[in-house]
Design a protein around this ligand. Structure first.
Ligand SMILES: NC(=O)c1ccc[n+]([C@@H]2O[C@H](COP(=O)([O-])OP(=O)(O)OC[C@H]3O[C@@H](n4cnc5c(N)ncnc54)[C@H](O)[C@@H]3O)[C@@H](O)[C@H]2O)c1
Ligand SMILES: O=P(O)(O)OC[C@@H](O)[C@@H](O)[C@H](O)[C@H](O)CO
Length: 384
């Protein structure tokens, strides 16, 4: 069995590639980073080092690597012969990988089984977004045929894989925890063989529980930590005032998840506690800069802050702690992060109402809009 995986970065090597390898796939990593692809191509194996309680090392073998920026023809042939295509490139990059995926599907033999396509990104319905990009890349007529030759399935992936320290080659340091939920109906009974994954009938409760607990909590630690001048996630969470603020954020998103998806209150409390222990793992060298990266994406309408806060406001439920975290996000000012630079520029340039509509997608009449507007006004006053 063969899998083509786009994005040979942290989660690509440290989780998706690993689980595909353990499922018996030969993994072909595709990435635009020439140095990384050359290093993977030159290696016979790499090691995934877990850190924390019960940690173990796993050696990954049987992979190849293709530079997707310079070797598109080879990539098309790999996809044409693959069983599975996965991505972990970031939601904003899906539109760049869509055209070659389309070409690969079109090049498959007529009698080939449908290709399983799964975007492993932190976003609601990321694979649907990828499918939309493929459709836009080829047009409606070609899509009518392509869409019968591939199965696009939404997934939720969870494992904290920090930026990797220099000097360890392509090895990856990860936490011990992992979860990969894959939505089944699109497969019509022919599920891909990935023993480490968890196949579920309906993904919405899983992806929302993950994004609005793990990622909302994580980003809150990052933004409160950055505001306090703290560099790592574990150190930020060790600061009592930050732990209290993040706990309050997660109480709010948990209340939404319980109300919306009928999650068990005690199970959700345990899930939250597990997550806070994961963030506190001092062996994981994770930084507030990585976790806070791309704040414009994180402040967008369906993402980890505005998404749950808007639904809470619509239901008349408490959301003050989330609004405070949004206030901290507005202060994220990291010169190396392009979106952080754009965020700060918009705060300087735009009227507060325009900023709220443009960045968060909230209309002025939305019940959450006034509270977010107040945070923007306060941030702009501090910059004046
Ligand atoms: N790291 C984590 O803890 C984690 C956990 C769960 C989900 N995710 C999600 O996985 C995705 C990747 O995150 P990451 O932390 O591995 O990031 P990363 O930056 O380590 O890896 C992304 C990789 O994608 C490559 N890439 C960029 N553009 C490309 C293109 N056009 N074609 C092919 N490759 C391209 C980059 O060169 C890079 O190697 C994101 O959506 C993230 O939210 C990350
Ligand atoms: O990848 P992002 O930028 O959406 O979010 C940063 C982190 O919260 C994220 O990568 C987590 O480490 C991961 O989602 C854990 O499963």
């Amino acid at each position: 069995m063969r899998a083509v995986h786009f994005g040979a970065g942290n989660i690509g090597r440290g989780f998706v590639g690993l689980l595909l390898h353990e499922g018996g796939y030969e993994v072909v990593f595709a990435d635009v980073n020439a140095e990384l692809i050359d290093a993977i191509a030159a290696a016979d194996s790499y090691t995934v080092h877990e850190v924390g309680d019960g940690a173990k090392d796993t050696v990954v073998t049987g992979f190849r690597a293709i530079n997707s920026a310079t070797d598109e023809e080879a990539l098309v042939q790999e996809i044409a012969a693959a069983d599975v295509v996965t991505t972990a490139v970031g939601p904003t990059i899906l539109r760049f990988v869509a055209p070659v995926i389309a070409r690969g599907i079109a090049a498959r033999p007529a009698d080939a089984a449908p290709l399983a396509v799964m975007a492993c990104e932190n976003a609601i319905n990321a694979t649907d977004l990828l499918a939309t990009e493929v459709r836009q890349a080829v047009g409606d007529e070609a899509w009518a045929s392509l869409s019968t030759r591939a199965v696009f399935a939404n997934t939720a992936v969870d494992r904290i894989v920090p930026g990797q320290p220099a000097g360890q080659g392509i090895d990856v340091t990860v936490e011990t925890f992992y979860e990969w939920a894959i939505e089944t109906p699109a497969f019509n009974g022919s599920l891909p063989s990935i023993p480490g994954a968890h196949f579920v009938e309906e993904l919405a409760p899983y992806i929302e529980r993950k994004l609005f607990t793990v990622n909302t909590g994580h980003a809150s630690v990052a933004y409160f930590g950055a505001r306090a001048g703290i560099g790592t996630i574990a150190e930020a969470l060790a600061e009592p005032s930050i732990a209290v603020a993040v706990g309050a954020v997660l109480e709010e998103t948990s209340a939404l998840l319980v109300a919306k998806h009928g999650l068990d209150v005690d199970a959700q409390r345990e899930y939250r506690e597990t997550i806070l222990r994961r963030f506190a793992n001092v062996h994981l060298p994770d930084t507030v800069e990585r976790v806070g990266r791309q704040p414009l994406r994180k402040l967008s309408r369906t993402e980890r802050f505005i998404g749950p806060a808007a639904e809470l406001a619509e239901r008349g439920m408490a959301h003050d702690a989330l609004v405070s975290a949004i206030g901290a996000a507005l202060e994220f000012d990291v010169a190396d992060d392009e979106q952080s630079v754009h965020l700060q520029a918009k705060l300087h340039e735009l009227a507060p109402g325009t900023f709220v509509e443009e960045v968060t997608g909230l209309a002025p009449e939305h019940p959450l809009a006034p509270a977010v507007l107040a945070q923007v006004v306060a941030r702009q006053a501090s910059l004046a």
